[in-house]
Design a protein. Structure first.
Lengths: 190, 190
DNA sequence: ACTTTTTTTGAATGACTATTCAAATTAATG
DNA sequence: CATTAATTTGAATAGTCATTCAAAAAAAGT
């Protein structure tokens, strides 16, 4: 029995790039075929259909993101300093040319119209991320305060994900974050 | 010479509803035909093409939104109180069932992949709204502080627009807003 | 009433959509 | 090597997409 001749993760990564850029509706399976080099039949045998492939891409993106948050926060001298690092990374990401927002946020908004499994998945992952931040905050703050600040953090992160409309807005976003998250240990100079 | 037999604004409003719910790519002209009751030829004669109709819907949405902000802020006893009203309205909007986020934000994110005229338009309108908030804030704060707080406000508003993933999250969002916008005159009890 | 201009109609266009499938190919197993 | 099972191929399917256009209808101007 023949074995698959492609690397599954490579195919998912290439699909992820396409889906992330164009969204679900504006990405065609023909584009997936071109991006991955596979023929339609192989893709459908391996992944089922467009939605299932999209979902695998979304899962991969989410896991990578969650892992990065974990790594940064675990390797920081305090939760506050770790969060500043996470946020600064996001500022730099969000103000890069051709930034096209967070894949989870994009998917959630694109499919917000009619109830949908992909929408539900993106939502659940975002909830999970909020809970993750809260659990780290609880190392230093009360449960109640941690919940408020985790939500506040998510509002700012979502805000940044959208606030890509101005060129060279990095400093502006940094100022906005300092204004709204004054309890974080921001570096001295700006 | 025959006159158009439909009301242009009605057609735009019905298209707006469709486009807002489904986004640009996932809305078909067939759906527009069904929603408006017009035949394809009439739509194309009156509006040109899908993108132009979408743009008119987007313009209408933006103007209504800007007008509502102006009205609320002009009829409040202070800018701070007016902003609290605006934000509270958004919380209620964002936590309604079937809320599908801000049309401008959705459009900006959907079309963020490749440069696009609709993307540019949505971005420009969002910038305009930020400038509008800043101009109101300057009635009470310095230019610098007003700029920081306008950006902070936009981050929170964008955050809310995305934070629709949890059911019954209204109070949670309110707490998040208080945490991040402590300089606003929030009502006493929660 | 007749002409002129605009709008409506709705079928037709050709391109693109996601997906399928029988046949060919591949490689592991007996 | 022969058998068996999995994978690849790519043309074909049936449907939808945005858009067009010639003909019919409608109302305004003369």
């Amino acid at each position: 029995m023949a074995r698959a001749q492609f690397n599954r993760n490579d195919v998912i990564d290439k699909s992820l790039e396409l889906f992330w850029n164009n969204g679900f509706s504006a990405s065609s399976m023909k584009q997936v075929v071109e991006a991955t080099g596979l023929k339609p039949g192989s893709i459908y045998l391996a992944f089922g259909n467009k939605e299932a492939l999209f979902r695998e891409a979304l899962e991969r993106y989410a896991e990578k993101g969650i892992e990065q948050i974990r790594t940064t926060l675990d390797n920081s001298t305090s939760v506050g300093i770790g969060l500043c690092t996470v946020l600064e990374n996001m500022v730099q990401e969000a103000t890069r040319t051709n930034y096209c927002s967070c894949f989870l946020v994009k998917t959630q908004l694109e499919l917000a119209g009619g109830e949908n499994e992909l929408y539900a998945f993106a939502s659940a992952k975002l909830s999970e991320i909020e809970a993750l931040y809260q659990s780290y905050l609880e190392k230093e703050f009360s449960t109640t305060l941690s919940q408020h600040r985790a939500t506040s953090l998510m509002l700012h992160i979502f805000g940044m994900r959208v606030y890509g409309y101005q060129q060279g807005s990095a400093d502006r976003i940094r100022q906005g974050l300092r204004e709204g998250l004054p309890w974080l240990p921001w570096p001295e100079s700006v």
